[in-house]
Design a protein around this ligand. Sequence first.
Ligand code: UD1
Length: 351
Amino acid sequence: MFYICGANIDDLMKKVLITGGTGFIGSHTIIDLINHGYEVVSVDNYTNSNAKPLSSIKEITTVAVQNYVVDLCDLTATEQIFKDHPDITGVIHFAALKAVGESVAKPILYFKNNLNSLLNILECCRKYEIPNLIFSSSCTVYGNADELPVTESTPQKEAESPYGRTKQIGEQLIKDSLKGSKTNAISLRYFNPAGAHRSGLMGESPVNPAQNLVPVITETAIGKRDEMTVFGDDYDTRDGSCIRDYIHVMDLASAHTKALEYLLQGENDSAYEVFNLGIGAGVSVLEAINAFEKVAELKLNYKIGPRRPGDVIAIYADDQLARERLKWKPEYSIEDIMSTAWIWEQNRTKA
Ligand code: UD1
């Protein structure tokens, strides 16, 4: 064991910069990293969040996380974080705009924000010789895939939205920018993240009205909206509604810790690798609603409406690669997703 100025060298190797640290997935990942002995520094300009998750993280872990309120599109301010923390061993880049519908209405905003911030992170990783980078990607990179389940090598179709395009381009920018640099990188392609921390202290807090299925369900159940609409029951699926692969946010969080450890231990075969993160099973919208009604023991007020433009009919992951290579195993079911999300909805509505 080596000690430098009284500090354990193992500890010095474990400082991680989280971009988007107060967002839904970023904040839950911080908890998992802290629980695994990592020191975390966060950067988040609160575009779609606020400082509240930082106090929840403190309550859950007793650790106060430093957050830089910095726009990652500002290179000088971004660089300062790397100068302040020369011992960062990895960056997990969550920060991005992510509303599919908004991206269709404001494509330039999405391209500028999501790609300029990524380019600045890549520039800093190269300049400050950051060894490890993990990128928040999405199953949206597959577009309307021809084969199910999708594997990492399933051919990518046209992106269905500018948001999806930023993820496709983002992955390519990372891959190409690694050449001649000291950084190894992983893109994690999330399927449908949902659920909340078991403590009931932290979960998804959409700033604008929720659009994703699980928060729409819980907001309807608690009375924030009178009813919800199932977008189409005439698809060619087992019950006519769309099929997705819902993955609990804490399962996603643990996958980030595992991916970082995989890179730190040099287990990667190449400088850039990609993993799907889903539970490997499809759940229809109507099945998701049934699961909620079962765990919450109430009837949800929903109606069947027309299809939502741009919706993919069915998509779910082949997640074998992440299970085998990252030694990761999702542990939460759709019922766990619904019960934790429901507890969180009730707590945040009371607060
Ligand atoms: C999409 C992207 C995902 C991205 C996410 C961000 C795809 C395949 N997925 O997820 O990568 O991270 O947006 O927002 O492009 N639904 C209803 N009623 C509602 C809300 C949703 O029926 O009020 C249905 C939708 O039609 C869909 C399912 O629920 O079939 C899930 O929708 P949602 O939670 O919005 O996620 P995706 O659109 O699948």
